[in-house]
Write a protein that binds this ligand. Structure first.
Ligand SMILES: [Zn+2]
Length: 316
């Protein structure tokens, strides 16, 4: 059977989601400290809550039922803190104007920065000693912000990301030798790279610009045709082993424009069914969706969100 999951905000950890998840039949729960430009602060806050009895209890109880608990977040600004820019501007990217800047991402041709990144990633893994060997520690949440320095400018955004993920995986493997790390195919990195991934890198396909009125493989829909245009080359490049879909069917933060007030989740079962059939036929091993903005407040205002229904469609 294919593995299925949902990803919730770290702030949603608690009895409400524990019950919802336990009744869903899903086997993977992603924890997503969000935060946009403040992603490093949100992640730091979550990491420092690892001794909180509520967090520990939640993770331990679900883990003991065989649920894979996984961290999924834009971790780069925590792994390579931007306040290191003053001492090490060459670790950071060069923008279109030829200036080094700590706004987004990094210079992936800088060996020193990659070494530092590896070590920080090892440290991060040690702070979350959970049961899963899968890690999802993404580059910054920006459509595209590659380094334009002399060494990097000939590398595509996807190849720059590949260098970054390879360095992260090296650190993860120093913590646990079976570690696997996602290459997030999303926005500027949705085309396949050409640089070789290290053993243990897997494809995580996140079609954030898709349309939900049509099935994702309905190529009469321009948005969806564009969003899946690179999918076959991505699967050919990374292989199907551990391949994962990160969808948005249950992501009420997306449907609400990432701000309050919440809308009612517009889940369309027929689209969900068609999409899942398509992803299965492509050979994806794991299918997940964001499930943000569906917490207790949502349930009070609308109804209990259809997490069980989503789990049922995935297990059909
Ligand atoms: Zn560079």
């Amino acid at each position: 059977m294919i593995s299925g999951g949902i990803i919730i905000h770290d702030t949603d950890i608690g009895a409400y989601w524990e019950k919802l998840f336990s009744e869903s039949g899903l086997d993977t729960l992603g924890i997503h400290p969000a935060g946009g430009n403040d992603a490093h602060l949100t992640l730091e806050k979550f990491l420092s809550a690892q001794n909180d009895p509520e967090v520990i209890g939640f993770i331990n109880r679900l883990s003991s039922k065989g649920v894979c608990i996984e961290l999924e977040c834009h971790a780069l600004s925590w792994l390579l803190p931007r306040d290191m820019f003053a001492k090490n501007p060459h670790w950071f990217r060069e923008n279109e104007q030829g200036e080094r800047t700590a706004d987004f991402n990094m210079c992936p041709s800088c060996g020193e920065a990659l070494e530092y990144l590896s070590e920080r990633t090892r440290r991060l893994a040690a702070l979350i000693p959970w049961n899963s060997s899968y890690f999802h520690l993404w580059i910054d949440d920006v459509a595209s912000a590659p380094c334009m320095c002399e060494k990097c400018k000939s590398l595509s955004p996807s190849d720059q990301a590949m260098l970054i993920y390879n360095a992260m995986l090296k650190g993860l493997k120093a913590y646990r030798s079976d570690a696997r790390l996602a290459y997030l195919a999303y926005h500027g990195t949705i085309d396949a790279p050409s640089l070789k991934p290290e053993e243990g890198i897997f494809l995580e396909f996140a079609p954030i610009r898709r349309c939900f009125e049509h099935a994702v493989n309905d190529i009469t829909c321009q948005k969806n045709a564009a969003e899946i245009a690179s999918l076959d080359s991505l699967l050919a490049f990374f292989g199907k082993k551990d391949s994962k879909v990160l969808e948005y069917w249950m992501d009420n933060s997306l449907f609400s424009g990432w701000k309050k007030p919440y809308v009612k989740l517009p889940l369309k079962r027929d689209i969900l069914e068609k999409d899942i059939a398509f992803y299965r036929a492509k050979g994806f091993e794991r299918i997940t969706s964001f499930g943000c903005f569906l917490g207790e407040e949502y349930a009070k205002e609308f109804v209990i969100p259809p997490v069980k229904e989503y789990g049922e469609v995935l297990s059909e």
